[in-house]
Write a protein that binds this ligand. Structure first.
Ligand SMILES: [Zn+2]
Length: 261
């Protein structure tokens, strides 16, 4: 008899268009804290310190607090875990067509998914953008962070001298429109939608699987806690992402190899 991970692997293999949405749960095994869990970070930090209004009023102070919080909360150099690696293999094999993430940690790319293939709903912690929207400068975050650590707060844009801003979406800031449109289009055309490590409480992530399932897609959920859409899912694993995805990957890529013989 087929195991549950085998059945999910078959559903992914049989799908014409498979979309995956990942949230914080895919990265907790890499030491990245889940910002929305009950013992969440926002009990210890003031959200107003990190919203877009604060950045606009006081970009230097924002950068000082941002660096201090990052240093305390994040591992210096987090590595992708087996959940990221399994998803990278599935994207690489063409079994997953679109990978959407709520995370800004860059770990899907670190696991080998080409950057243009990851739809980052909340932007990226690996890049900075110029706060002058007319300038459109984008660059890597590391050099800007190093300059801020040395006292250049805020670090300024090499093109126009305006303040640089982390490209991850701040509280009160609108989502990157291009990513939002790509994610929505993927949800509409997918016939299999897999949620991994997201409790589906934050928009627009919450409405993406709903859009897919309303259009007839098969829904699968891999999340430690129950989600509001578990009742509409054909496959539910209330388990850790890194415990489920490697088995799905092994079944699916094993099947592919068998087919090629
Ligand atoms: Zn600029």
């Amino acid at each position: 008899m087929a195991t549950r991970t085998e059945l999910l692997a078959r559903a992914v293999a049989d799908a014409d268009t498979a979309t995956v949405l990942t949230g914080a749960g895919v990265s907790t095994a890499s030491g990245i804290p889940d910002f929305r869990s009950n013992d969440g970070i926002w009990d210890r930090y003031d959200r107003d310190q990190f919203d877009i209004g604060r950045f606009e009023d006081d970009p230097g102070g924002f950068w000082a607090d941002w660096l201090a919080a990052r240093g305390k909360l994040f591992p210096a150099d987090p590595d992708p875990n087996p959940a990221h690696e399994s998803l990278a293999d599935l994207v690489g094999a063409g079994a997953v067509d679109t990978l959407i993430t709520q995370n800004t940690d860059g770990l899907h790319q670190a696991a080998g998914v080409p950057g243009r293939e990851v739809v980052e709903l909340h932007g990226s912690g690996d890049r900075v953008v110029c706060s002058d929207t007319g300038c459109r400068y984008r660059g890597p975050a590391d050099p800007a962070r190093e300059r801020a650590e040395r006292g250049e707060r805020p670090p300024v844009c090499p093109q126009c001298g305006d303040a640089l801003k982390p490209s991850s979406v701040l509280f009160g800031e609108s989502l990157p429109e291009h990513a939002h449109l790509r994610a929505h289009a993927a949800a509409e055309r997918s016939d299999l939608f897999l949620v991994v490590g997201s409790s589906l409480t934050v928009e627009p992530a919450a409405s993406l699987p709903e859009t897919a399932v309303n259009r007839g897609a098969t829904l699968a959920v891999v999340n430690l806690d129950r989600t509001a859409l578990d009742g509409r899912a054909s496959y539910v694993f209330n388990d850790r992402a890194e415990a489920v995805l490697p088995a799905v990957r092994d079944h699916l890529l094993g099947e592919d190899r068998a087919r090629g013989e």
